[in-house]
Design a protein around this ligand. Structure first.
Ligand SMILES: [Zn+2]
Ligand SMILES: [Zn+2]
Length: 421
């Protein structure tokens, strides 16, 4: 059983007095309060690093916090340990004869599940177990109006890559806390193509890995397409035939493998029968002239058949692909890697592809070991994230397993992502 300190609960009777100390004297930031109706409590979280403090204020006299304060005065009330699977944790504790307050988990704040262990079993400490809300819609397609456009976030399933390679020079102790690796040191990742709908039609940015990958590679990458792009399109009331343009951020297999598929006679054909494929010419050149360092990522079968089918439109420079959708070269990850700005009615969303593949990568120096030109990534990213924070760009994280899109915020010098989708 693996448990991580989530927060320490402190029962207060006079919130203003408590704030006078925690906020005004210690200088800590108090986050907006959350109601926990099942406990008749209002919780005021305080950010103190990876875990938090929670000031607990009873909302009526029958609240357990009110009873605690009446009996013992304000003070430390409980500690909360986060577990992956709360039911499994309770079974484990029961099998060891541990006395529980809650035999079954019940709803906690923010959609979590919680259960208390009896203090007599925990040497006088009330211990709460918590299972965080299962990531809402981790892979559920969602539709978001964006000015005159509509954004539809899709997915092509999950895969895994080596955690060290995903975080470059960042020590494992740091990244493993953000993204716990499996027993082969791999971390979970998603593939999230994005569809932009406008008066001009439907454009899909990247298209996942597709289904051509041989079993051995599928196993290496733990490719899990039990739910894949076909399902996601159907869930969003779309189909492959409804896509007019497919835009590549770059031609790596986890971004553009889905561009082609094997048809009945074994031939490779465009996956989107009615689409034109927009590819930056210099990226095409690099992908068709791979070297030892990038050969494993560029698979000719993903893109060469498109040219054979005559469905590729090359472009040379940064600029608009269709009104409201424009590409900007970042370099760094590959020489021609680009991100996509989606702008309408003064709102800006950015599909950041492998520049900021997951929410953990919002820190400037958290740069993938895969990047061919990491200093180029750093220079672009520093300037871009500053701009994204200041101008409130909605960022799409193509590889994040839990968060499809969110705003990058900065609090007390720490970056975090406010999830939107
Ligand atoms: Zn890539
Ligand atoms: Zn990638």
């Amino acid at each position: 059983m693996r448990a991580i300190l989530d927060h320490v609960g402190i029962a207060v009777d006079n919130l203003d007095q408590a704030l006078a100390f925690y906020r005004d004297v210690l200088g800590l930031e108090i986050e907006p309060a959350e109601e926990v109706p099942s406990q008749r409590v209002r919780a005021h979280p305080i950010d103190v690093g990876d875990a938090s403090l929670e000031l607990l204020q009873a909302t009526d006299a029958t609240s357990p916090i009110a009873r605690f304060v009446a009996r013992r005065g304000p003070g430390l009330h409980h500690i909360t340990l986060r577990v992956d699977d709360i039911r499994a944790a309770l079974d484990h504790l029961r099998s060891r004869g541990i006395r529980l307050v809650d035999e079954e988990p019940r709803p906690g704040a923010e959609g979590s599940l919680v259960a208390f262990i009896h203090p007599s079993a925990a040497h006088g400490v009330l211990v709460e177990l918590k299972q965080a809300r299962p990531p809402r819609s981790a892979l559920t397609p969602a539709r978001l109006p964006w000015g005159q456009l509509t954004l539809v976030t899709l997915h092509d399933g999950l895969f895994r890559l080596d955690g060290g390679a995903m975080f470059g020079v960042v020590p494992r102790t740091l990244w493993a806390a953000e993204s716990p690796p499996d027993d082969r040191n791999r971390i979970p990742l998603a593939m999230r193509p994005l569809v932009v709908e406008g008066g001009w039609g439907r454009l899909m940015i990247d298209c996942g890995a597709g289904d051509k990958m041989p079993a051995k590679r599928r196993e290496i990458y733990a490719l899990d397409r039990t739910r894949h792009l076909g399902h996601a399109l159907a869930d969003a009331q779309l189909s492959a035939d409804a896509i007019d343009i497919v835009l590549a951020t770059h031609l790596h297999f986890d971004h553009f493998g889905g561009a082609t598929r094997r048809v009945d006679d074994g031939r490779l054909a465009p996956r989107f029968a009615h689409a034109r494929y927009r590819i930056r010419r210099a990226e095409w050149h690099d992908a068709t002239h791979p070297h030892e360092r990038n050969r494993a990522s560029y698979l000719p079968e993903d893109f060469v058949p498109l040219q054979d089918a005559g469905v590729v439109d090359f472009y040379e420079e940064d600029g608009a692909i269709v009104p409201g959708v424009r590409v900007v070269r970042t370099g760094g990850h590959t020489g021609q890697h680009q991100i996509v700005f989606i702008e309408s009615d003064g709102r800006t969303a950015v599909f950041t592809a492998d520049l900021i593949p997951t929410t953990a990568h919002v820190r400037d120096a958290w740069i993938m070991g895969y990047d061919l030109f990491p200093m180029e990534t750093l220079a672009f990213k520093k300037q871009f994230i500053r701009e994204a924070i200041e101008r409130e760009y909605l960022i799409f994280f193509e590889h994040d397993p839990l968060v499809a899109a969110g705003y990058i915020r900065e609090r007390n010098g720490r970056r975090l992502v406010e999830q939107v989708l």
